[in-house]
Design a protein around this ligand. Structure first.
Ligand SMILES: Nc1nc2c(ncn2[C@@H]2O[C@H](COP(=O)(O)OP(=O)(O)OP(=O)(O)O)[C@@H](O)[C@H]2O)c(=O)[nH]1
Length: 401
């Protein structure tokens, strides 16, 4: 599958920590941007359908309507792997950019300036990585040239960050001492830091295991379109997670009706199975009343059908969100009305605030925990007045508020 050798990653750092320099160094020293490879990456990501998941898709669609998200996607490849980099500016007010960039990333590179060590922004970046459940975090301790390439400086920063990240529940941190400017440990191992025995940034990016196989995730298919062809109906959309196979018993939500997959078409060609992020159309063995916005699922891990949504949130809009606000909630291909019941004790959320929320929706939604599925466990809140994106949410149904 195309996703196996593609790593999506994001960068985060405060202004002037050296993000642009690091990315430039990575591209330059790895001599990675070969035209034909670039084309191959494009084709691969096209094959997977739109390559960014719900949060990002939603935000991109809303971009003109309210807020500016400065995320540039760069595609590059080395002989060992393809990369999609979500590159975001580091200003304090751009937490929302990091949320967007990291929402689909399998790895985040958090930069710190070796002279400053772990600062408030670094803690925030670690918190967001934990919130978004980015599986791998790289701590790049940059500008080692300005601290005499001292092992002690690196060790102290790496330890402080690791302690903090573990408390937050970040599953894995790899710390690398680098000088983006001089090129130490970015692509080539540094002769000036022979005390360091770990991988360079690029080596780590090339070898880190790509997220737990999509096959493990529950099978989820949000219906984007219903295509009528004579008597037959085809349900088109993008597989959000897991694998659907011909012959699978499926349940349609919210109706709860069941059927069986009679056929799968991938780009007009019949296929035996459809994997996460493939755009496909399904045919079922029974006539069912299925509409855009419905969710087709297979397997034993059923989503929870509920009108009470508990979630972790990052507020993205300049206008605040308050208890009692009436909003639209977009989940997959479905949009429903909802009211904000509780904001974890806070009166309101301001731009860039991270918080907790309880919402009551007008209709039941089939939800997964974000921990189970980063696609079907995510949603956006939208202002019904003008369609502007307000808040990104990560479902945590059993979490306390
Ligand atoms: N000495 C030294 N300077 C560095 C290093 N990396 C970056 N710099 C310098 O630090 C300054 C900021 O680097 P940038 O790459 O522009 O910083 P940034 O984090 O990308 O900033 P934004 O993208 O604007 O948020 C520039 O003057 C770089 O030349 C390094 O490893 N050593």
């Amino acid at each position: 599958m195309a996703t196996v050798d593609t790593l999506r990653f994001a960068t985060a750092g405060s202004v002037d920590d050296g993000k642009s320099t690091l990315v430039g160094r990575l591209l330059h020293d790895s001599k990675s941007v070969l035209a034909d490879q670039l084309e191959a990456v494009r084709r691969a990501s096209r094959g997977e359908g739109p390559d960014l998941a719900l949060l990002t898709d939603g935000l991109r669609a809303e971009r003109e309507q309210g807020i500016t998200i400065d995320v540039a996607y760069r595609y590059f490849a080395t002989p060992r792997r393809r990369f999609i980099l979500a590159d975001t500016p580091g200003h304090v007010q751009y937490t929302r950019n990091m949320v967007t960039g990291a929402s689909t990333a399998e790895l985040t590179v958090v930069l710190v300036d070796a002279r400053n060590g772990v600062v408030e922004q670094t803690r925030r970046h670690a918190a967001i990585a934990a919130l978004l459940r980015v599986p791998h975090v790289v701590l790049a301790v940059n500008k080692m040239d300005l601290v005499g390439y001292q092992e002690g400086v690196f060790e102290e920063i790496a330890e402080e960050f690791a302690k903090y990240a573990i408390e937050l529940g970040v599953p894995e941190v790899t710390a690398v001492p680098v000088s983006a400017l001089a090129g130490d440990n970015v692509v080539e191992p540094s002769a000036r830091m022979d005390w360091y025995g770990g991988p360079t940034v690029l080596e780590h990016l090339e070898t880190v295991p790509v997220a737990a196989g999509p096959a493990d995730a529950p099978a989820r298919f949000p219906v984007q379109y219903v295509i009528r062809h004579g008597e037959r109906r085809y349900y088109a959309g993008q597989v959000a997670s897991g694998v659907l196979r011909v012959g699978d018993r499926v349940t349609v939500h919210p109706s709860g009706e069941t059927s069986e997959i009679a056929g799968i078409d991938v780009l007009g060609t019949p296929a035996g199975a459809a994997h996460a992020s493939q755009s496909v159309s399904l045919r079922l063995t029974d006539q069912r009343d299925i509409a855009r916005g419905d969710l087709i699922t297979a397997g034993v891990d059923a989503p929870t059908l509920t009108q009470d949504v508990r979630a972790a949130v990052c507020h993205l809009a300049d206008r605040p969100l308050a208890t009692g606000d009436r909003v639209l909630l977009r989940h997959g291909t479905r949009t429903v009305r909802a009211v904000v019941r509780d904001l974890g004790g806070a009166d309101r959320l301001a731009v860039n605030d991270l918080g907790r929320i309880v919402l009551r929706t007008a209709e039941p939604l089939p939800l997964d925990d974000y921990a189970v599925s980063r696609r079907t466990g995510a949603f956006l809140l939208i202002d019904p007045a003008d369609g502007a994106t307000l808040t990104a949410g990560m479902v945590a149904l059993t979490a306390p508020v």
